[in-house]
Design a protein around this ligand. Sequence first.
Ligand code: NAP
Ligand code: F7E
Length: 352
Amino acid sequence: MKKALISGVSGQDGSYLAEFLLSKGYEVHGIIRRASTFNTARIDHIIVDEQHEPGAKFFFHYGDMNDATSLISLIQKILPDEIFNLAAQSHVRVSFDTPEYTSNADALGTLRMLEAIRLLGLSDKIKFYQASTSELYGRVQETPQSEKTPFYPRSPYGVAKLYAHWVTKNYREAYNLFACNGILFNHESGRRGETFVTRKITRGIAQIKAGLEKKIYLGNLDAKRDWGYAPEYVESMWQMLQQEKADDYVIATGQTHSIKEFLEEAFKYTGLGDWQKYVEVDPRYFRPSEVDVLIGDSSKAKEELNWNPKIEFKDLVKIMIDADLRKLGIEVPGEGDKILQEKFPNKWWQKD
Ligand code: NAP
Ligand code: F7E
């Protein structure tokens, strides 16, 4: 049985990836960090009591990207076949407030993980996936962005991830480690962190519907993103590690939409009418330097990984709204549920 180690298992992607790998028969180990409140809501349904039951296939361990010894001892103890490095301070706006912490966890944390593999003499045994990002393109040098597009990051987060991207590539070249960068464009879901813009909108709408809030306060509404559906994106992470040769891949839908378009679709779907009645711009959410527009070219992943996303922008909005309305016990329009049933008759994740 193959063993996988996931850092960031309590996050959006980590939680989906854990479920995906369990469905593939893996024994899955996840790293979580200690917090003063529970931080396992996204994985509670796969943890249950299995920790102590014979035959359990999911285990979690305490560790931190800023603590090299915790990473070394976990890798030594678990001896995973594959490591998925998803842990990061992943919020771009917050990275301007905590640039040093972000660089430590996202840039040096990746180096610590790679060094742990190398120092333990496991470079020829472990395959490594690095959660790289479209934020590397920042002020875009070419449209659409592919693996060949030069990088120009625009935030401490982007710069930290640029280091992580290159150091991953360097360990591939220097030590022959099977190491891949997945350059993933924005991907969302009902499990998306509540402070990212899509989820802030869909959750805000559910709260307005429930009478809990009157307004949603947002920043730059003109920015455009290439938004996909997270479960499809985590499948590509696994696919990259199953190739003959380690390489880097762009994962994206190839469509771009503004925050305003997201608002229009979302408010139309819930029948609340004109979004402008409910949305106010608050300068607190502007960034010192912005990434204006991203659109990815994932032809290489289509060709080499046979990766083809099924969920388009309008589907994504509906799926996310249904999930947020359901969480507050409000009747759901249900089109999102229908899309999921039609497009994923054998879906491997248990909750949206
Ligand atoms: P997320 O929901 O913010 O999850 C991040 C995970 O990292 C959480 O489990 C978090 O733990 C953990 N973490 C943060 N700092 C840590 C530290 N110092 N030590 C150990 N764990 C730490 O992010 P996501 O959306 O799932 O994204 C997964 C990865 O892909 C991230 O590296 C992100 O930067 C990258 N990425 C995301 C996207 C996207 O659109 N979602 C696109 C491209 C790349 P807590 O739960 O305790 O906070
Ligand atoms: O912002 C604008 C904001 O925070 C998207 C991370 O997963 O994807 C994510 O980074 C856009 C930006 O995502 C608000 O200015 C307007 O232009 O949802 P976001 P992001 O910055 O693209 C990449 C690929 C990652 O790698 C990251 O880890 O929306 N925006 N108003 C807002 N953004 C937020 N968060 N909140 C607002 O109120």
